[in-house]
Write a protein that binds this ligand. Structure first.
Ligand SMILES: [Zn+2]
Length: 326
């Protein structure tokens, strides 16, 4: 075999594969650098131990979790572990001990706080939480399990399978964002997109605090704020009421829509009415109030509702970011 033929058959393919791998890494690098971290914290160490009685789940749920965990172990393979904390089946490329730590430090406090503040219905069906330590393993399992590619760098929730997929390398708050979707799905599944994403993204940067006998998930400022303030400065902020009638937040203004929904939820929390709003809205029912407008009118009064955009914009302008930082 002459030298040219040898180079064509053996060296060229090796060079091509190496170049492809390098190109993939170079292309991915800026994306990963752009990902903003989401941090969730439990600041009050006594919050959980002093919390009121633990919720009691239907014992049949434990049996369902055990059976689902067996299926999940087979699907994930030997690289991953699976642990059970009803209603959750928690799996991912961590050891059993690490997955339990995720449960005790993040999943459990966030769930308890949501039960205290918002949820009227305990989950009656299992919820799978799949945690992956970086974008490589996350991308791999998204594609292997569901054929999903590049849906979100942080994570997403699949309602049909009641499964959360999350890249916890982007921060514990990404897990709490998706956990909020999973818990709302069994409590208020007809909630409009603005409330689903507003509350979930509020929780991606939040702390759990104890207020009297209740745990509370208090939102903090995060990377979504500058985009919102910039839009306000440039006069591009539409009246907040237009958010309520949006059938989807996923359009060319997606990032701004998410920021509006998140900071409107933080505004409601700062006014002390977020929990009341969620519960009243859910209990009123989708047919009575599909967008939340009537519930807000009821809580704020007709006149203040008319002034809502002005008041929200003023609050946003004057928001003390130090007081809301983690
Ligand atoms: Zn979401």
């Amino acid at each position: 075999m002459d030298h040219r033929r040898f180079a064509l058959l053996f060296i060229a393919p090796i060079l091509f594969v190496s170049a492809s791998v390098m190109l993939t890494r170079i292309c991915r690098y800026p994306i990963e650098k752009m990902v903003s971290a989401n941090e969730f914290e439990t600041l009050d160490a006594d919050a959980l131990t002093a919390a009121p009685t633990q919720p009691v789940y239907d014992p049949r749920l434990t049996a369902c979790c055990i059976s689902d965990a067996d299926k999940l172990r087979a699907q994930l393979g030997e690289e991953c572990s699976v642990v059970i904390h009803p209603p959750f089946v928690i799996g991912g490329d961590f050891s059993n001990e690490e997955l339990r730590r995720w449960y005790h430090r993040t999943i459990h406090p966030a769930t308890r706080a949501m039960q205290d503040e918002y949820l009227a219905h305990l989950p009656t069906r299992t919820i799978r939480l799949l945690l992956f330590r970086n974008s490589d393993s996350y991308d791999h399992y998204c594609e292997t399990l569901f054929g999903d590619r590049y849906l979100s760098v942080y994570g997403y929730y699949r309602p049909v399978e009641r499964t959360v997929m999350v890249n916890v390398g982007t921060g514990s708050g990404s897990l709490v964002h998706e956990l909020t979707h999973a818990l709302m799905d069994q409590d208020f599944s007809s909630a409009p997109p603005w409330l689903q994403e507003g509350l979930a993204s509020l929780h991606e940067q939040a702390v759990v605090l104890r207020k009297q006998d209740q745990l509370q998930l208090c939102g903090r400022v995060n990377w979504r704020l500058p985009r919102l303030r910039q839009a306000m400065l440039e006069g591009r902020l539409e009246p907040i009421q237009s958010l309520f009638t949006s059938e989807s937040l996923l359009n060319e203004q997606e990032a701004l829509n998410y920021a509006r929904a998140r900071y409107f939820c933080l505004y409601l929390q700062s006014r002390g009415v977020l929990s009341l709003f969620y519960q009243s809205f859910r209990d009123w029912g989708y047919t009575q109030d599909p967008t939340g407008r009537k519930t807000l009118q009821e809580i704020f009064g007709e006149k203040a509702y008319g002034n809502l955009h002005h008041d929200f914009s003023k609050w946003l302008r004057e928001l003390d970011t130090d007081a809301y930082s983690t």
